[in-house]
Write a protein that binds this ligand. Structure first.
Ligand SMILES: Nc1nc2c(ncn2[C@@H]2O[C@H](COP(=O)(O)OP(=O)(O)OP(=O)(O)O)[C@@H](O)[C@H]2O)c(=O)[nH]1
Ligand SMILES: [Mg+2]
Length: 352
């Protein structure tokens, strides 16, 4: 492998990725649970719930890693007829939309739906229509099934699309969250930005976790090349070149992909051993000693005997291997921690 060339390509790719944000628009009825729903998808309390934030006049924006979430104010009001709402907030420039409602739909919602369908068609910006508070669908002398069928028919009628999906969710019971997440995660219209969903929504299933693992594997491969070429810090007594700073960044990136919140996780005794393994490598000192251990264990076997004659490219090869090994192992550790978190915390909470 030509490390120099490969490194340039990877750095360009990383730069481009760093500058790409996925912008999610939250649209819908006041109090329908927009904040609750996005928090649920992220697994973080990013937006205040139940506090009626004054989203009536301004868009509220929050950043979470490389997601930008825009909570849009209501339209079709005296203050914002749909026309002026569109010119004011330019929602067509966002990447995707989650429309949340919990009550009767109005004509202006129908107009909104048709705009969403248009942006999806013309700009490849997907939308998801969500009837939240599905735990609370009730009317005297009507069955829940009938009521749900009416809701679906109403949305489809307003959209003018007889097969459009409507997602029923409950942030209270957790119903339908997995289905909605699955739909978002597998939405091809998001293109390369789909990886932002995989990285930033908290994994709650084995499948989501495997997707994160693949993403982390790819990152490890990239960082290994960079570390190899950057290998400007030959370690005394180890005779290999490896970039500790790059390794530290790589480990942080892996943690981000798994959304590891060490403070939150430290509340659970059962996670302690795995959490300890993962948090041990927050410091550069710990990373250095890990490198040394690895170097003597692994590399002594393979390239160690060539050490006295190491040319630049062999040294780089050793740096690559080292970084890759550390990254792969850390990926495995984070994966195990999250598996355990899902099993011990998330699933148990869901059953409550
Ligand atoms: N029963 C039930 N209540 C919910 C559900 N989701 C949210 N709520 C409650 O509904 C209220 C409003 O939730 P928010 O998430 O703040 O709604 P919002 O759409 O962000 O509200 P605004 O920002 O004020 O427009 C809160 O009291 C939530 O606890 C749900 O699925 N079921
Ligand atoms: Mg809100």
């Amino acid at each position: 492998m030509d490390f120099e060339k490969e490194r340039t390509r990877i750095l360009m790719e990383m730069l481009a990725e760093k500058e790409t944000v996925l912008r999610i628009g939250l649209i819908g009825q006041p109090g329908a649970g927009k904040s609750s729903l996005i928090n649920r998808l992220l697994g973080r309390e990013l937006f205040a719930v139940g506090v009626h934030t004054d989203t009536t006049t301004e868009a509220q924006q929050e950043k979470y890693n490389d997601l930008e979430i825009v909570d849009l104010p209501g339209y079709g009001t005296g203050r914002f007829p749909l026309e002026s709402w569109l010119t004011e907030f330019r929602p067509q420039e966002l990447d995707m939309y989650i429309f949340v409602f919990d009550g009767k739909l109005h004509d202006s919602d129908g107009e909104m739906f048709r705009l969403l369908a248009k942006w999806q068609q013309e700009r490849q910006h997907p939308y998801f229509i969500v009837r939240n508070k599905s735990d609370d669908i009730w009317e005297p002398s009507r069955s829940e099934e009938e009521l749900r069928a009416d809701i679906v028919a109403d949305v489809r009628g307003k959209l003018g699309d007889s097969t459009a999906p409507v997602y029923f969710t409950s942030c209270r019971s957790g119903e339908g969250i997995d289905t909605l997440k699955q739909a978002i995660r597998t939405e091809d219209r998001l293109g390369v930005k789909r990886s932002k969903i995989i990285a930033n929504f908290r994994a709650e299933s084995a499948e989501e976790l495997s997707e994160k693992k693949l993403l982390a594997e790819k990152a490890v491969g990239n960082y290994a090349v960079i570390a190899a070429v950057n290998g400007i810090n030959p370690l005394p007594g180890v005779d290999i070149s490896v970039d500790v700073g790059v390794i530290k960044t790589m480990l942080g990136k892996i943690r981000d992909i798994y959304n590891i919140d060490s403070e939150e996780m430290s509340k659970y005794e059962v996670l302690a051993p795995l959490l300890k393994k993962v948090t041990a490598f927050f410091s550069e000192d710990a990373i250095l000693s890990l490198i040394k251990t690895f170097a003597s264990e692994e590399l002594a076997k393979s390239v160690g005997k060539y050490v006295p004659f190491l040319g630049m490219s062999l040294a780089a090869g050793a740096g690559y291997l080292m970084t890759k090994k550390i990254g792969d192992r850390y990926n495995e550790d984070c994966y195990e921690l999250m598996s355990s978190y899902i099993e011990e915390v998330i699933s148990k909470n869901a059953k409550k």
